[in-house]
Design a protein around this ligand. Structure first.
Ligand code: ZN
Length: 206
């Protein structure tokens, strides 16, 4: 816990604005991560925006509890078993911002009809499940399509990218229309997290 608190302090001091929190259930993706108790601890340790990414089979069942445990933004996958619109509504009712997420194999068009309902779209730029993977270049085009549709509809929605983001991939996704960048390995392995975060330019990272 002390180590976690120190790490959160280091993140807060490096100019990062959000903490991205991956939740995996071992079924929707082939890995298991922390859940509600850890989120509650993190919430107590920081005022940073907590961006919770649910990679779980039935998010609708859990969104209320994640919101109560401190999530400011909750992302869930359209590929999950839950009804997308119902889940978006449940997140909003619980007082959090809602985002729909898509895996690399899912076309951009899949999120179009939900755009008027959500606060953010999360485009996965690696297959979800494990950190440290390489960015899939074809995903940049998907970011562009999502951003173009948001503009066409005259909406003001964030587009977040998650997976393989570092100083060499950040530029192209920002240019394509992403404004929230998730970065894990790149920041944590850097000698100077502040410098590494600045190199991603977008500001909203982790
Ligand atoms: Zn994530």
């Amino acid at each position: 816990m002390l180590e976690l608190r120190n790490e959160i302090k280091r993140i807060g001091e490096s100019g990062i604005e959000m903490l991205h929190f991956d939740v995996m259930d071992g079924i929707f993706v082939n890995n298991i991560t922390y859940g509600l108790p850890v989120l509650e601890m993190v919430r107590k340790a920081t005022d940073l925006v907590l961006d919770v990414h649910l990679m779980i089979t039935d998010p609708l069942k859990y969104v209320k509890r994640f919101a109560e445990s401190g999530a400011d933004i909750i992302s869930f996958h359209t590929e999950s078993r839950s009804d997308t619109l119902e889940t978006i509504r449940a997140i909003h009712e619980a007082g959090a911002k809602a985002a729909v997420a898509i895996k690399p194999a899912t076309p951009a068009e899949e999120v179009f009809r939900f755009l008027p309902e959500v606060d953010m779209v999360l485009v996965m730029t690696v297959e979800p499940g494990f950190g440290g993977q390489s960015f899939i270049p074809e995903c940049t085009d998907k970011v562009r399509k999502v951003r173009e549709e948001i503009k066409r509809l005259g909406l003001d929605i964030d587009v977040e990218v998650d997976g393989g983001i570092n100083s060499s991939t950040a530029g192209e996704v920002i240019e394509a229309g992403a404004n929230v960048l998730v970065s894990g390995s790149y920041l944590f392995k850097a000698d100077d997290m502040k410098k590494a975060a600045a190199s991603l330019k977008a500001g909203s990272v982790c």
